[in-house]
Design a binder for this molecule. Structure first.
Ligand SMILES: [Zn+2]
Length: 689
């Protein structure tokens, strides 16, 4: 016991942080602290759960629901710190810790999830929730916690619970195998070129990357192209060799459908059959109904209606894009019909002719500090936020900056870490996370600690870091997630800042709309040498470039989204032919043969796991929401309309504990989202007339 206490004192994860705002003491934490802290936090969490289960008093809101919601606080803190750093600043030792802790955590979670005694207590409060004099936020908390268990089958009789468990275990195996097969198919194909004539059209940067790839593959002196996007896309865009484009594109869309040992057809049917059974056991007609029932869209019909509405103008536009490209082919007397492997190549020509935007001209105006200032100004104009750089707060890497975020009345809102550049040990992409969630405890506000992590271009020599347009909008995007975390204001862990998957990208994507608005650009995009604001011609080109290839982009995406919905609303069996099923879908919606869905069934990684199964639609759904939300500001004639901003903050960002997705949206906007602002933004609106 004594020894235990001594250890605890030494472990900074298990003692008071004693830092400003109780932020994680990154300077004191080292790798040997994680596993003991996790073990101790799990032990504590188990004790908290046992105390709820063994409480001899009748289950009520406080002793069961609130106690459950509060439990695991230390574990959340330790996991947030370890998980955050393992993504942003990992090392072989941390990866080793992750290997050990991942099964430990999932065993612990499962133990709680399948704790039937705990569920019985929760159910007892749930059954009488209307008569307990609870407030709406409290009733909603009871319902969410009950649903979390029920959606895992806790409310079923024992025999069916066991059946469901067996199905879930098999689903994990099958989805793992589908993913591994896809990985093998991705890595299994290489286009090896040893004749310089076969490289016609490829820019120097693409060639040197291909030479590097060859070297890594033990083919020094040759050029290798793979199915990874950074290699694959430029080849399709620039290679003049039509036969080789076909070869590379075919290898891509045939992944998982090659009738070899990594073919995914049979396994995919098994996955569909298992998901169908699982949904039926839980009382749903099909998996899509199960998944969508707790989303903003509510039911599969709403998703179909939405997808078809965007589909019509998208495919109409795609057909006219095809005609533009065929005109180029005919003009050059090539004498062939456009095929799917030609699309990128000719689209690139259209881009040059119609949307000539040179990214390098933009960059000197978009230094990383300029862009951050633009975001600070925007959030100040909208919400009155101010930012104070803090150098007294421990960070985990010298490049990370800490800012105190102050609310419009000057009070402390939260802490924000910004970690901008790539380095070994940081995973790719950009994301937003929290080291502590914003909520309330014992009647006091707990301020959030938020982090945004990116992999933006580094400064070189005496030049500052200059961002591409894509990086610029990514910065705005992640900052939108950060605002959502900073404004979260629910009283309970489970419901504060908790939104469904088809809602979560609204706060982030909406901010991207402001990035390119001339009014805001004029206040942040200054040339790093001359101090001149971005010229109007450039702003104009930037605005127009949004329309490029939008028919194709939407059609190939929507075809995949509809395919996903079809699979998860149809009863399939061992006799179902994957390719016939897929073709029937594409024929029904009228996809043209020059376009192949962004993912075909056998390589649709998003729907192999549970994250986006019957949920691939969420990306465009969020696009429609963010365009419609931004349109509210435009329509008001004031990009920084305070009244709208206040409503957006309240209903969309702060009070997620109180409202379901669509109700929240309608409270902000006054009506349900319309697809027109999205179509207008993508240049698709005219297709409707
Ligand atoms: Zn996002």
């Amino acid at each position: 016991m004594l020894q235990n206490c001594a250890q605890k004192q030494e472990n900074p994860l298990l003692t008071e942080f004693n830092t400003p705002f109780n932020s994680p003491p990154f300077d004191k934490i080292s790798n040997e602290h994680y596993l003991p802290a996790m073990e101790e936090a799990i032990r504590l969490h188990k004790a908290e759960i046992e105390a709820i289960v063994n409480n001899s008093a009748a289950p009520d809101f406080e002793n069961t629901i609130v106690a459950f919601d509060r439990s695991g606080e230390l574990l959340n803190s330790v996991n947030a710190i370890f998980g955050g750093l393992n993504g942003a600043n990992t090392s072989p030792e941390m990866q080793e810790i992750a290997k050990q802790s991942t099964p430990m955590m999932s065993a612990h979670r499962n133990e709680i999830r399948f704790n039937q005694q705990l569920f019985e207590k929760i159910k007892s409060v749930y059954d009488q929730r209307e008569g307990l004099g609870l407030e709406p936020e409290q009733i909603r908390l009871v319902e969410k916690i009950y649903d979390d268990f029920a959606r895992n089958g806790a409310a079923l009789p024992e025999e069916q619970r066991n059946e469901l468990k067996a199905i879930n275990e098999r689903i994990s195996m099958v989805s793992l195998q589908l993913g591994q097969n896809l990985l093998a198919e991705n890595n299994g194909f290489k286009l090896i070129i040893d004749n310089e004539e076969d490289l016609a059209g490829l820019p120097p940067a693409v060639l040197s990357a291909a030479a590097e790839e060859a070297k890594a593959a033990g083919q020094e002196g040759k050029w290798v192209f793979t199915l990874a996007k950074p290699s694959w896309t430029p080849f399709l865009q620039f290679s003049e060799r039509r036969d080789l484009r076909e070869k590379l594109y075919r290898a891509y869309f045939m992944r998982g459908d090659n009738n070899n040992e990594t073919d995914n057809k049979k396994l995919f049917i098994e996955l569909m059959t298992l998901r169908q059974k699982m949904a039926e056991l839980l009382g749903y007609q099909n998996y899509a109904e199960y998944f969508i029932s707790d989303q903003m869209a509510q039911n599969p019909q709403n998703v179909y209606d939405f997808l078809y509405k965007v589909w019509e103008p998208s495919i109409a536009r795609a057909k006219s894009e095809k005609a533009d490209m065929q005109a180029i082919i005919d003009r050059e007397n090539k004498g062939f019909e456009l095929e799917s492997w030609d699309w990128w190549y000719y689209a690139e020509m259209v881009r040059k002719e119609k949307y000539d935007l040179n990214e390098d001209e933009l960059k000197p105006y978009l230094t990383i500090d300029n862009v951050r200032e633009g975001i600070f100004k925007l959030t100040n104009n909208l919400f009155g936020l101010t930012y104070v750089k803090r150098t007294d707060i421990p960070v985990y890497h010298p490049e990370v900056e800490a800012f105190e975020v102050k609310d419009n009345d000057g009070s402390h809102l939260g802490l924000l870490f910004i970690d901008p550049h790539p380095r070994p040990g940081k995973r790719s992409g950009a994301w937003c996370g929290t080291y502590r969630n914003g909520t309330w405890k014992d009647g006091k506000k707990v301020a959030p600690i938020v982090t945004i992590v990116m992999n933006f271009t580094r400064p070189t020599g005496d030049q500052p870091a200059m961002l591409s347009w894509d990086e610029t909008t990514t910065y705005f995007h992640e900052f939108g997630h950060a605002l959502h975390n900073l404004f979260a204001n629910g009283r309970y862990q489970r419901t504060s800042r908790s939104v469904p998957r088809d809602f979560v990208e609204l706060p982030s994507q909406v901010l991207e709309n402001w990035a390119g608005e001339p009014e805001l650009l004029k206040t942040y995009a200054f040339h790093y040498q001359t101090g001149e604001p971005m010229p109007d011609v450039l702003i104009d080109k930037l605005q127009k470039s949004k329309y490029f290839n939008q028919g194709f982009d939407n059609a190939e995406y929507l075809a995949a989204a509809i395919l996903d919905m079809d699979w998860h609303t149809s009863a399939v069996n061992g006799e179902t032919d994957v390719n016939a099923f897929e073709n029937a879908t594409l024929e029904r919606i009228g996809l043209i043969e020059e376009i192949i869905p962004r993912y075909r069934t056998t390589n649709f990684g998003h729907i192999f796991g549970s994250g986006y199964a019957a949920g691939y639609y969420v990306y465009r759904w969020a696009g429609v929401l963010d365009a419609d939300a931004f349109a509210a500001f435009k329509e008001s004639g004031d990009l920084y309309n305070q009244e709208l901003a206040a409503k957006f903050r309240k209903y969309i960002l702060a009070e997620n504990a109180l409202w379901e997705g669509m109700d929240a949206y309608v409270k902000f906007r006054g009506h349900e989202p319309s697809i027109e602002p999205f179509l207008e933004r993508s240049g698709l609106l005219e297709q409707l007339n």
